[in-house]
Design a protein around this ligand. Structure first.
Ligand code: ATP
Ligand code: MG
Length: 431
């Protein structure tokens, strides 16, 4: 029969790679908990209107990349292409703001119909934070500092922080005119999308991935020259606080982000080691989004990291985290096999990590698997041990063996636990 394969732009994350994902998630979870960010989980699909209003119809994400469909009840539905719109919708709908400022984080799959390549998929994963209810530049810097801390803890060093301000809507109206005036004489040289955007959303031309358009955009007027006094003060405060924290940044006045709801600060973290898909984290302030979605005025800032790109970096820079196992249990013969199953389960109740060999093959083969398992010790049960209700414990680092009664191992497990700890520390396990 014809084999069914995963869809283009999707991929399986196999157990060996999952260890990297777990490492990444646990580092992020820990760092965000230290700053009292709370996890939020929102639906993977939402009304299409949420993204049209929250992201903007003139963006690539909404205009070209959404997975949208009509369900059996004739509703217009979209698989979420990003996390912010859903989180803000959830905050408004559940009136989270009545309890004060919200510091939220999320992780999960996102969906965009894009041309798949390394670090660019149709189902990909993001981890993001959103701070709702603070317009302070300190909030901008807090979230940037947390992203920096997460990336540092993962030992990802060659990252560059690029920073910009896109000001307020009013600032952008002045800038927009200046930009259009500059770009119009070059209109014919721009890529087709950018020509189209010249009237609809000229700022987004700065974000174009087309080479010639980028060359033209490089000489465009800078948005930083069009910021009003308040925007300038906010941006200067952000830069001052970043400097206080020792976080280096580069100004990039062409960094406008792909999404329309951003105000003031915009930033990206870019890796030197990823080739074309180099941005691992993107974020900014979006003070107008909550109102756009029918909620109260809510200044807000957040970022999202692309986890596939981070995993690619982790895989390049460090060996896979190893599975940790205390005991590998081998047994042969009906009685021994039954006792081994019971013993393994009782040891798990005691908190040990135990793998039971279910093969029924010769001891020699089972021992080989024990050696490869990474376990600290092997527990052996044959006919003799079953008869005596004992078990042979073999320390895999030294080869030393001892026979214990099964009941003693279960009821008086503390000394063994201590020995496992010191054996595991003295010889790093290799798989
Ligand atoms: P890009 O310019 O790479 O398309 P973007 O501006 O569309 O990125 P955002 O919407 O800001 O990306 O999403 C934040 C992060 O999510 C990106 O910096 C990237 O790391 C990751 N990301 C976005 N789209 C994809 C994708 N299709 N596959 C994998 N990761 C992605
Ligand atoms: Mg994109």
């Amino acid at each position: 029969m014809e084999q069914i394969q995963a869809l283009r732009g999707t991929r399986d994350i196999l157990p060996e790679e999952v260890t990297y994902w777990q490492q990444l998630e646990s580092v992020a979870r820990q760092i965000l908990a230290q700053a009292n960010y709370q996890e939020i989980r929102t639906p993977i699909f939402e009304q299409t209107a949420l993204f049209e209003r929250g992201i903007g119809e003139a963006t690539d994400v909404v205009g070209k990349e959404m997975y949208s469909f009509t369900d059996r009840g004739d509703r217009a539905i979209t698989l979420r292409p990003e996390g912010t719109a859903g989180v803000v919708r959830a905050a408004i709908e559940n009136k989270l703001q009545t309890a004060g400022m919200q510091r939220l984080w999320y992780t999960g799959p996102m969906f965009r119909y894009e041309r798949p390549q390394a670090g660019r998929q149709r189902q990909f994963h993001q981890l993001g934070v959103e701070v709702l209810g603070s317009g302070s530049p300190r909030a901008d810097v807090e979230v940037i500092a947390l992203a920096t801390q997460i990336l540092q803890r993962l030992d990802l060093k060659t990252l560059r922080l690029e920073l910009n301000s896109v000001g307020t809507k009013t600032d952008r109206q002045y800038y927009r005119q200046a930009l259009v005036d500059y770009l119009t004489p070059h209109q014919a040289e721009l890529d087709a999308d950018s020509q189209d955007r010249l009237t609809r959303n000229p700022l987004r031309i700065l974000d174009s991935k087309d080479k010639r358009t980028q060359e033209i955009a490089a000489a465009a007027p800078s948005i930083l020259d069009y910021l009003g006094d308040d925007s300038r003060a906010h941006f200067e405060a952000v830069q001052g606080l970043l400097t206080d924290l020792g976080i280096a940044y580069q100004l990039n006045p062409r960094l406008v982000r792909g999404l329309d709801y951003y105000t003031h600060t915009a930033f990206e973290m870019i890796s030197e080691d990823l080739g074309a898909q180099a941005t691992v984290c993107g974020g900014g302030r979006y003070d107008k989004l909550a109102e756009e979605l029918g909620g109260p005025e809510t200044p807000a800032i957040g970022w999202a990291m692309g986890l596939e790109r981070l995993i690619l970096l982790l895989q390049k820079s460090q060996p896979a985290p190893v599975a940790e196992l205390d005991f590998y249990v081998v047994s042969r013969g009906d009685r021994a096999e039954a006792q081994a199953l019971v013993l393994a389960q009782k040891l798990r109740y005691q908190g040990f990590r135990v793998e039971l060999d279910l093969s029924g093959s010769a001891f020699g083969k089972q021992f080989k698997r024990a050696d490869r398992s990474g376990a600290v010790a092997c527990l052996i049960l044959g006919d003799g041990e079953a008869e005596r209700q004992t078990v042979n414990l073999k320390w895999l680092n030294t080869g030393e063996q001892e026979e214990l009664t099964q009941s003693n191992l279960i009821e008086n497990s503390e000394p063994i636990r201590q020995r496992i700890l010191s054996a595991a520390n003295s010889s790093p396990r290799n798989l």
